[in-house]
Design a protein around this ligand. Structure first.
Ligand code: CS2
Length: 452
């Protein structure tokens, strides 16, 4: 028996349910990339906002790549459960904020119609770093921005809004990129310059691209997790997500139109996201990537195992406290020391089965904002970052293929190029080949000649 509207009345009493009338709510948000992360983060906040009295913020999710999530969620009327796990405890909440899931390849017309609907105020994104179709210098790569990406859908939806004389949209990037809103604004403008001349000007005048910092650790859901959800619910929930109790969302308060009162349910609306975003990318994500590559080499599967390994923990602590935290100026009231303590505790949560290989994916898209900017900052001051260098070497071995026998092929859009770089050089030359002045990954950090 599947979770659905019809089953709500018979769910066990321990499951917290929303109190708003879903069927009376309009869709206000079109979200691209409706994976577990979105369901455990923005969908959770939006459900909480409607529960606190906000109206008309239902989400239409869009999958850009596969129909898997649509097959999980549509038969359940978009409903799913979110389980927060910490040692020995689990609390389950039913989330009602997702109305439907569309698959871009087959539901193109409906996606565009929804973007053009007057009730739609926000298009949001968790499409991962590589979903933005950036060339290695950060500009739009036209070869990566065609059918199957957000750009043609957004351009068509926004063009219709302009033609109908409607307001613009807020385009809300929730991905782990530095200045994610600013980057999306530039990329969208470049897309319009190429394919929709004139639209870019309208977008600049009518749309907004706030930057955001989003933080919640969401391991991929496993078969065992789904079985646990079924036992708790008495119904099958194919879209169940499992996460930590912690969550944080810092949003630049710059919207084109209406927005949910996310601040009433814990989000922070601020004028400048940068200090929060930088801390999160360099400290949390930087440490995560270090744990992934160092941990995989030492035979670990999960983050909570790697963080208690006596060989790895000092490197990660040094990376967080002495390299990342000292590379930035905190916002007033922001304690990087407390953040570091909290991170180490979160990583050690044994109830989170967070796979290192999930984090190791797409390293070429992640390390610039996680490690290279920190390295560049300290380089300018004449300082070294031994912990990041140890981690960077582990990543280089990973993309060389050293972990393939156990973990399968390297999962990275640049996997082929990186392998080829290794085929033409050795340990001595790989830093210059990747990060030098003509390197494959343009880097604010220049590898010292002793690495060349
Ligand atoms: C992780 C992130 O997979 C990864 O690369 O570092 O997904 C991380 O779990 C989230 O950013 C936490 O908010």
């Amino acid at each position: 028996m599947r979770l659905s509207e019809a089953r709500l009345a018979s769910l066990p009493a321990g499951i917290t349910q929303f109190g708003y009338d879903r069927s009376a709510q309009k869709i206000g948000i079109v979200h691209f990339g409706i994976g577990a992360f979105h369901r455990a983060h923005q969908a959770w906040y939006t459900d909480a906002a409607m529960n606190a009295g906000d109206r008309d913020w239902m989400i239409a999710g869009v999958s850009l790549r596969s129909g898997d999530v649509a097959a999980q969620m549509n038969p359940q009327d978009g409903l799913f459960t979110l389980t927060e796990r910490s040692a020995g405890m689990a609390s389950v909440r039913l989330i009602g904020s997702v109305r439907e899931v569309l698959v871009a390849a087959q539901d193109r017309a409906r996606v565009i119609a929804l973007l053009a609907e007057p009730a739609t105020q926000i298009a949001s994104f968790t499409i991962t770093e590589k979903g933005y179709g950036r060339a290695s210098d950060g500009s739009l790569d036209p070869a990566l921005a065609g059918t199957g990406t957000i750009y043609p859908l957004l351009a068509e939806g926004l063009r219709r809004r302009r033609e109908a004389g409607q307001g613009g949209l807020t385009l809300l990037s929730c991905d782990n990129l530095a200045n994610n809103g600013g980057q999306l604004a530039c990329l969208m403008e470049q897309y319009c310059d190429l394919y929709e001349p004139g639209l870019g000007k309208w977008i600049a005048a009518h749309c907004a691209f706030p930057s955001t910092m989003i933080d919640r650790i969401v391991p991929a859901t496993t078969l065992e997790d789904r079985a646990e959800a079924e036992a708790a619910l008495g119904a099958r929930d194919e879209a169940a997500v499992f996460t930590e109790p912690f969550n944080q969302w810092v949003i630049e308060d710059h919207f084109a139109g209406l927005r949910p009162r996310w601040e009433a349910v814990g989000a922070q609306l601020v004028t400048d996201v940068a200090p929060f975003e930088t801390a999160k990318l360099r400290m949390l994500n930087g440490a995560h990537s270090a744990l992934a590559y160092l941990g995989i080499e030492r035979g670990h599967t999960f983050v909570h195992q790697a963080i208690v390994d006596a060989e790895i923990r000092p490197v990660v602590e040094q990376l967080i406290r002495r390299e990342a935290a000292t590379s930035m100026t905190p916002a007033p009231g922001q304690s990087l020391e407390r953040y570091a303590d909290a991170l180490l505790a979160r990583f050690a949560n044994p109830a989170m089965q967070h796979r290192l290989i999930q984090i190791a994916m797409d390293g070429s898209q992640k390390i610039p904002q996680r490690w290279l900017e920190t390295l560049a900052h300290h380089q300018q001051e004449g300082r070294e970052c031994p912990a990041i260098m140890t981690s960077l070497r582990a990543w280089l071995r990973h993309v060389r293929g050293d972990n393939v026998a156990i973990h399968g092929p390297v999962d990275d859009p640049l996997a082929g190029v990186l392998k080829e770089a290794w085929d033409h050089t050795d340990e001595g030359g790989i830093f210059a080949a990747l990060f030098g002045p003509d390197g494959l990954i343009p880097s604010p950090w220049q590898p010292p000649t002793r690495y060349a």
